[in-house]
Design a binder for this molecule. Sequence first.
Ligand SMILES: *Cc1c(COP(=O)(O)O)cnc(C)c1O
Length: 389
Amino acid sequence: MKKGYYGQFGGRFVPETLIPALEELESNFRRFKRDKDFHTRLNELLKQYVGRPTPLYFARNLTERLGGARVYLKREDLCHTGAHKINNAIGQALIARLSGKERIIAETGAGQHGVATATGAALLGLKCTIYMGSEDVKRQALNVFRMKLLGAEVREVSSGSRTLKDAINEALRDWTTNVRNTHYVLGTVFGPRPYPELVKYFQSVIGREAKRQILEAEGRLPDMLIACVGGGSNAMGLFSAFLKDDVKMIGVEAGGKGIDTGLHAARFAGGSIGVFQGAKSYVLQDQDGNILDTHSVSAGLDYASVGPEHAYLKELGRVQYTYALDEEALDAFELLSATEGIIPALESAHAIAETVKQAPKLGRDKIIIVNLSGRGDKDVEQVSRLRPR
Ligand SMILES: *Cc1c(COP(=O)(O)O)cnc(C)c1O
């Protein structure tokens, strides 16, 4: 396969001015991958700071309630800062630090990736600027405050729809100008080469751990993996270790209020092939290629495109992609809270919603691993308004 491509997907569709920055990052990444000291330092941070390995928890109550396959939860919600995003943010911050950069920048939508990046910057003594659409700044005041506490500067972006995609454009502009001392921490397995590979590299620890843990617990591989798919990094992190095995995999997108309503972020069910923000993949666009507005109850799944490797895995038929509606995710949010005492992120609740559909169809001798990508503390206020008690 051509470098940076996954079948026909991926690539590096960026202005000429960004190429040197991407080239430099790619060569640093290749170098650190082979560097023993880098791995020693990274593993130490993952263990002592992030809290890895995260448990693979057998959800006995949920399993009994669903009456089918044995359900295990990979507890990324127990990572420092409450989600898998820190695995990538710490890895990239470490690359920046060891490459001699003084500053990292990032885009953020709901603020989760901004918080993870600001955390990495605080830990490793880097300056940090986070770009965020002014609409999102208003909606996510608490995360803006968190980033500032962590020492980051938050720059509001008031162009376009004033949300995530505009923030990405501004961050890329900043990087073009300041590449000498700045690293751009992209938050998911998307964007131009080498980001999809780089982010997958740092998230693949999820799948490696889960594989070892399930072999320990059950003495065999699982029958099915389920993960939610925003850009696709937590799903890719889990799936990557099992791609060559006889294990079924399901990626769950945000079905919002339904595909026919247009109010969703289901790129596979409702999108088409196109180029967006540096990569070729499935995109929610109109016939002229204008990017459509997206909707999801969960901000982390609310994006108009999806990682190119997912598009490839879909085309190969290796991974099946489906979606969960807002209401199904909210049901799952309540179900997991009440049965297991675990309040999931609304993103992760999409994966639980699919588990609710799959587990009863499988026999009791079957095993499902669900990636619980994050904790739901950030979402309780929103759910208290949508589902008051
Ligand atoms: C951001 C986020 C996601 C979606 O991002 P992916 O790159 O698809 O993993 C999922 N879950 C949580 C908890 C998140 O914060």
